[in-house]
Design a protein around this ligand. Structure first.
Ligand code: PRX
Length: 646
């Protein structure tokens, strides 16, 4: 993003009424690290056995709430039922065809408990027990949340693979984790169309897969291939199983037991298995949900993310349910069946908190405010944004047309690795500046440093680091200590290196400035240029490939791939299409390059190094500067002729 918020732009002080009632208190920022989190963990989490030590910090590994025993599912479900909130709606389920759909329905906490128990008994029947990895490859249907909670209930760590990823991506991740059971659904339903899901999973299974059983939840009832002895429909699996909570008690887990792995893109190599454990993660997501979104007993909360990403884990499943909230769970996509479907949902359920991405906001903005204006959105109290920097225009639009001109927007910065929100304004406390995440959450200590490790002052762009641990921080990369240390703890020996550029404005508020590594951010989805390059060179006609990102007014960034072909092949539009689809089947549709450019070679220096800076300039349609060090400067001219920057 080029233009972002600054202290020169608009500022919005907190509403004094909100300041009086807000859950977050200014004094929290004055508390000591351990004091703050100790208080939160005791107040918000039910422990089967109390912890002895709040924090054991042996850089770069933290242990939180050491010795404590708890269960995430118990905290998200059972305790609410036991506490008399069984009839409260946990999920307003909104199917693909919107809130008017005949299939729209509510699930109370008591019903959720029974569904989770039944699912957990089904997993047990398949032999899954404490410590056994389970893969989940599903769309935004309630069964996906139920499956996650069922795993947590029996102490089986899950790895959710985004439903839009390819089967190959599913197999790679599940096999890396050693998952024997994969839970999926027959078909995906998005934008009114049924698409493959179970079949994708089948197609991706490799010869050395660890997956032995596939549980198939029926969504469309479509005809999908089933392999005898390996695949089972969920309904058949659980037909005669109990759903009484006493039939499957919540397994007491150590605070540091694995809750899940979530694979994410790094700048090189295979996706990284980010490790999250139980006690610290749950405390972190429960506390941040409560304070950042100022949730109350009667809040109606909607996080319009996908459970396949960390936002879905932390702010659709664990955070809101641990707070006993009523949430909307939405299967669909913005704009279907109508462009006002989101606003209808808010109107129908009286949504008070909406948490979404800048990309989604920009889509709505493009369609026009008339859709939002045609609905009653007066229930909205708090808005959230996540995944990428939000440009001030989108921020202002969001506040004006969705937030009734007054709802505060929480621009939340965090990562798969951080587990929960770390930099964000707080309702009733922070004077908001459009386009900036602004302030560290209590207990979080950011710094902005130059490459030599010097702490930078106001208006000096540098690298964002965190100098203190937080409860939801990853506990490493799965079976890869070296990569964990290299990626996050080697640039600076004493601080977590986030991979984001940032600077302080005139007032010391933090402005995020995008990734500084080869990780692109398309519509808030992290994709490494390396992964796309690897997928391209796997195609038999591709000799070499290099990928750059250019700015995109809708998706934040867009992927541009530069490809040289084997032999004399010049390439044509048909081959471009073939290669784009090839990337989609290898990784997933979200990684499909927006543009593909052919040339007889890539721009290389005499030592054979690809000049990536040039690729970025070409992709952006910018001046190239000095190209004299190139072996063959004609390459860039050929490329430039093909680019259509937006
Ligand atoms: O570059 C930052 C960007 O998203 C990256 C993390 O991506 P992921 O692990 O997929 O998690 C996304 C959801 C938390 C970060 O390194 N990012 C996330 N939130 C923001 C952001 N950039 C600017 N402002 C944000 N609010």
């Amino acid at each position: 993003m080029s233009e972002q918020g600054s202290s020169q732009g608009n500022q919005y002080p907190p509403d004094p009424e909100l300041s009086k009632t807000a859950n977050a208190r200014p004094e929290m920022k004055e508390q000591g690290l351990e004091e703050f989190w100790d208080e939160q963990a005791k107040q918000r989490i039910d422990w089967f056995e109390p912890y002895e030590t709040v924090l054991d910090w042996q850089l770069p590994y933290a242990k939180w709430f050491v010795g404590g025993k708890l269960n995430a599912c118990y905290n998200c479900v059972d305790r609410h039922v036991e506490g008399g909130k069984g009839d409260k709606v946990a999920l307003h389920v909104v199917p693909d065809d919107g809130s008017d759909s005949a299939d729209a329905h509510d699930i109370t906490y008591a019903q959720l408990q029974r569904q989770v128990v039944k699912f957990a008994n089904g997993l047990k029947k398949l032999g899954v027990g404490k410590g056994d990895a389970v893969g989940i490859y599903m769309q935004m249907i309630p069964d996906a949340v139920v499956a996650m909670l069922a795993c947590a209930r029996i102490g089986a760590p899950h790895t959710v693979v985004f439903g839009g990823f390819s089967g190959k991506a599913v197999d790679e991740r599940c096999t890396d984790f050693g998952a024997k059971v994969l839970i999926t659904q027959d078909e995906a339903l998005r934008g009114g169309k049924a698409g493959a899901q179970k079949k994708n999973a089948d197609d991706g299974l490799s010869a050395d897969t660890t997956i032995e059983k596939i549980v198939v939840v029926k969504r469309t009832g479509g005809d999908v291939p089933m392999t005898d002895g390996r695949d089972v429909y969920y309904d058949d699996l659980v037909a005669d199983l109990d759903d009484d909570p006493s039939s499957c008690p919540c397994e007491p887990m150590d605070a540091e037991d694995l809750l899940f792995l979530l694979y994410t893109s790094g700048s090189t190599g295979k996706p990284k298995g980010v490790v999250h454990t139980t006690g610290g993660y749950l405390t972190g997501v429960t506390t941040t949900t409560n304070l950042v979104f100022d949730v109350k007993d009667d809040s109606v909360y909607w996080c319009a993310a996908d459970i396949g990403w960390i936002t879905g884990h932390s702010y659709i499943t664990y955070g809101p349910l641990a707070n006993g909230l009523t949430s909307v769970l939405y299967e669909g996509v913005p704009g279907y069946p109508d462009k006002d479907v989101w606003w209808k949902i808010i109107e129908k359920y009286g949504v008070t908190i909406l948490y979404t991405s800048p990309t989604a906001i920009r889509s709505h903005m493009k369609w026009g405010e008339q859709y939002a204006q045609s609905r009653d959105l007066s229930s909205i109290k708090i808005l959230g944004s996540v995944g990428e920097p939000i440009n001030p225009e989108a921020w202002e639009w969001y506040r004006k047309y969705v937030g009734g001109g007054s709802a505060p927007i929480m621009d939340t910065w965090w990562q798969t690795e951080t587990g929960h929100i770390l930099i964000t304004p707080l309702p009733g406390i922070t004077t908001l500046k459009p386009g900036m995440a602004q302030q560290p959450f209590p207990g979080v200590k950011p710094e902005i440093r130059d490459d030599e490790g010097n702490a930078l002052g106001l208006n000096q762009p540098g690298n964002l680091v965190l100098t203190q641990p937080w409860p939801g921080m990853m506990r490493g990369l799965y079976k890869d200590d070296e990569r964990y240390r290299d990626t996050y703890w080697s640039k600076y020996s004493d601080a977590y290196f986030a991979g984001d550029g940032a600077k302080y404005d005139d007032d010391g508020d933090i402005m995020l400035m995008g990734r500084i590594d080869d990780v692109t951010n398309v519509s808030g989805h992290r994709i490494s240029t390396f992964e796309v390059e690897s997928a391209l060179v796997e195609h038999e006609l591709v000799a070499e490939a290099a990928v750059a990102a250019r700015r995109d007014p809708d998706t934040g960034q867009a992927i541009v791939a530069f490809v040289s072909l084997v032999g004399e092949n010049q390439g044509d539009d048909e081959l471009k299409q073939t290669l784009r689809e090839h990337v989609a089947t290898q990784i997933g549709k979200l990684a499909r390059p927006a543009e593909l450019i052919f040339a007889h070679d890539l721009p290389k220096t005499r030592s054979g190094k690809i000049m990536r800076r040039l690729l970025k300039n070409i992709a952006e349609g910018e001046e190239l500067g000095d190209t004299t060090t190139l072996v063959d400067p004609s390459v860039v001219e050929v490329m430039q002729k093909q680019v259509n920057p937006t």
